[in-house]
Write a protein that binds this ligand. Structure first.
Ligand SMILES: [Zn+2]
Length: 431
């Protein structure tokens, strides 16, 4: 069996792995790069406007025979770990004959992101739903999807068994989210197995954040931040980060405030309401839905209808600001608040801190200061802290450990004796 990491051996972003046996070819993830060769932010919009031949020449699109071209036999399937763009962002360019195996949760996250964030939906004709811990066969490969906790709903690791070898691909994961039982279940599943190759993400290697807080500790902190806020609390974070939606909801409840979500967040809760323990976006659950200007402008009547009964107007929020915690998008400053944020508002920032230097966020912090509000970082990472990666790798106890999704692959060797470092695009013989 041969294993090729097409992208990700020395960067975070653009993850793509290929596995080849005598009869079967699988692709794991097909992501967009996040940074260019100079580690500057990758301009995905500009890149995707180019023809595919240019993208191939620029090595944005990995060279996998038959995945984009019809001159070779197509791979037998794509295993998609989760819906973040750095794992799923090139899927729509791949040949429509190649089936995509992923969770219904990931398919729903892609639908919500397509409606609200101009991303691509998962093609229904290519979607093959898989369920955690339920093995299935593609050619001579047995694939077992294993649920992992990450900052987007529906995430998976994949276990692949073929030609007498066992490979575990971690995808993106963490052990400090709202569902630490997921990693326990995954490790239990591996108990009777010998893993030959573990391909494991190392986002946090080399960052100052070797150890950090859990999502539950964040909830406690947000309760305090809401209780001590003199006026409206506004939370900005990814609507696909369902853990964070629940954290904010619970914190609002504990602090005695109503949680006001936007239509994007409400739609995510609606989509997964049947399969996950999440609050219904409704008045009786302590949630109201605000239709912001950009949403109203798009006339998405079928979505609007679902939340009409639980709708709240901005005037109602502003008349009694200490009653609410409100989901906030930076575009609302101009379109809904008419360039004047509510007096003494407290903005809770729930994204990666690296974005804060971007002009939009710098401007927003100025706007908050103008109304004597405060802008507070309230976030925990979607990726495992270094101590948790180490304990995970030790528990899996694979024969060899291969770095992926990291800027510091050499740091794996400081922690593990059996590291094999690959280079992008160079096949590795698993044996
Ligand atoms: Zn991710």
């Amino acid at each position: 069996m041969k294993l090729t990491i097409h992208r990700g051996t020395k960067e975070i972003g653009g993850s793509c792995v290929e596995l080849t046996t005598a009869t079967t070819r699988l692709v794991l993830d097909l992501g967009l790069p996040l940074v260019d060769a100079n580690r500057e932010p990758f301009d995905s919009r500009a890149a995707l406007a180019k023809p595919i031949a240019t993208l191939q020449a620029e090595k944005v699109v990995p060279a996998i025979p038959g995945l984009f071209d019809a001159d070779h036999p197509a791979p037998d399937g794509i295993l998609l770990s989760h819906a973040h763009l750095d794992h799923a962002g090139l899927l729509h360019l791949s040949r429509p004959t190649v089936p995509i195996f992923t969770t219904s949760g990931t398919s729903k996250m892609m639908l919500a992101a397509a409606v609200f964030a101009a991303q691509k939906q998962l093609d229904r004709t290519r979607f093959r739903e898989v369920v955690s811990q339920q093995p299935f066969q593609i050619g001579d490969c047995q694939v077992t999807p294993l649920a992992v906790d990450h900052s987007i709903f529906g995430s998976l690791a994949f276990l692949i068994e073929a030609e007498g070898k066992t490979i575990l691909y971690s995808g993106d994961f963490r052990n400090h989210g709202r569902k630490p039982g997921m990693i326990r279940d995954l490790l239990n599943h591996l108990k009777a197995k010998t893993v030959d190759v573990l391909i494991v993400e190392g986002t946090h290697f080399g960052s100052e954040k070797e150890q950090g807080h859990t999502e539950y500790q964040l909830e406690d902190r947000i309760v305090e931040l809401v209780q001590s806020a003199p006026a409206l609390v506004m939370a900005t974070f990814s609507a696909l980060d369902v853990d964070r939606i629940v954290t904010l909801y619970k914190a609002a409840q504990k602090a005695g405030r109503v949680f006001v979500v936007d239509a994007y967040t409400a739609f995510v809760l609606y989509l997964i309401g049947r399969q996950a323990k999440v609050p219904r976006p409704s008045k009786d659950m302590g949630i109201r839905v605000f239709f912001n200007h950009l949403f109203e402008r798009r006339k998405l009547d079928n979505i609007r209808e679902k939340f009409l009964a639980d709708r709240i107007e901005l005037a109602e929020v502003l008349a009694d600001p200490t009653k609410y915690v409100m989901v906030f998008r930076p575009t609302m400053v101009e379109f809904d608040f008419k360039s004047q944020l509510p007096s003494r508002c407290r903005v809770l920032y729930g994204y990666w801190p690296g974005y804060l230097n971007k002009p939009d966020w710098v401007e927003l912090q100025k706007q908050v200061a103008l109304v004597e509000g405060d802008f507070i970082r309230a976030h925990v990472s979607g990726h495992a802290y270094v101590a948790d990666i180490i304990s995970f790798v030790n528990s899996v106890n694979a024969r060899t450990v291969i770095p992926i999704h990291t800027f510091e692959p050499q740091m794996y060797q400081d922690h593990f004796p059996n590291v094999t470092r690959l280079s992008d695009g160079i096949p590795f013989d698993v044996g």
